[in-house]
Design a protein around this ligand. Structure first.
Ligand code: ADP
Ligand code: MG
Length: 273
């Protein structure tokens, strides 16, 4: 995709083309459909995310937000549709899921860092070991190299002093920041968060949100399922509103919050604000 500057009157002349003017798509989901027990949970959900974007997904409980996020890295297997992340792509045609598909999913997941509501750190490992583990096992990089990088990541999330502590001794906000550092250690192209602050009290949640804002400033691509409307509005480049297994509306925050086109979006936001 190439950005066109042809309607910019001040720069009349040759239209610039080439890589310097193209936006880079990091993730593309095409017509994702998912059924659980005969119940259609996702209906043709499509989303394209450019590098560096922070996209928030909002919508009522049970509308399919988590299922969609999990389909993006094949923690749930879509029935039909396609997911492309960086240079890996998987297309589903409704057929059975084979071991060769699982190998492809493994490659696709290498581009993704995932953060859950419930932290999910390894309880019997220190914070530092939690961050170092996946790159050591998956990428076979020397521990000394990974340790330096892991300590940098812990500093980035404000946990350098907690490196040798165990998860249970940390606050929820610290555990979630450790979980973010652990996901970043795999150098993902995109970070996915499923309600990362829902289990936290507001003050502690703010520390986690600040880490996400800092990652945004550094150019990380992030997709966040959230109930935090204030964060969604203030921090997102775009907001996706889902209802009943569909994307109803996608827009920039002011468009969605001030001037939503769809009555379902307006009704949801009216009830949430
Ligand atoms: P949200 O995250 O928006 O609250 P979910 O994606 O968790 O919604 O769920 C969407 C719908 O799919 C809900 O009706 C939920 O009960 C159903 N669902 C989610 N996961 C499963 C599952 N593993 N098995 C059966 N039904 C599921
Ligand atoms: Mg959910």
């Amino acid at each position: 995709e190439t950005t066109s500057f042809s309607d910019n009157q001040e720069n009349a002349g040759p239209v610039p083309t080439g890589p310097a003017f193209s936006v880079e798509t990091v993730l593309r989901a095409e017509s994702i459909c998912k059924t659980f027990d005969g119940h259609r949970v996702l209906r043709n959900v499509s989303l394209t995310v450019e590098r560096g974007e922070l996209v928030s997904i909002i919508g009522p409980s049970g509308c399919g937000k988590s299922t969609f996020l999990r389909c993006l890295n094949f923690l749930e297997i879509p029935d039909t549709g396609a997911v492309t992340i960086a240079d890996d792509s998987i297309r589903r045609d409704g057929g059975p899921w084979r071991s060769s598909d699982e190998a492809q999913a493994h490659q696709l997941r290498a581009h993704v860092g995932m953060v859950f509501q419930s932290f999910n750190l390894f309880p019997h490992r220190t914070v530092l070991d939690n961050v170092m583990l996946a790159p050591q096992v998956v990428k076979h990089v020397a521990a000394s190299v990974i340790e330096a990088e892991a300590r940098d990541l812990l500093a980035k999330v404000g946990l350098e002093a907690a490196a040798l502590r165990y998860p249970a001794t940390l606050s929820g906000g610290q555990q979630q920041r450790a979980a973010i550092a652990r996901a970043l250690a795999m150098r993902p192209d995109v970070m996915l968060y499923d309600e990362p602050t829902s289990a936290l009290d507001p003050r502690v949640a703010e520390e986690v949100l600040e880490v996400m804002r800092a990652l945004d400033r550094e150019g990380m691509t992030q997709i966040v399922v959230t109930h935090d409307m204030r964060f969604a509005r203030a921090a997102s480049d775009r907001i996706v509103f889902m209802e009943a297994g569909e994307i109803v509306e996608i827009g920039d925050p002011d468009e969605i919050y001030v001037n939503a086109h769809d009555p379902r979006t307006r009704e949801f936001l009216g009830a949430s604000l």
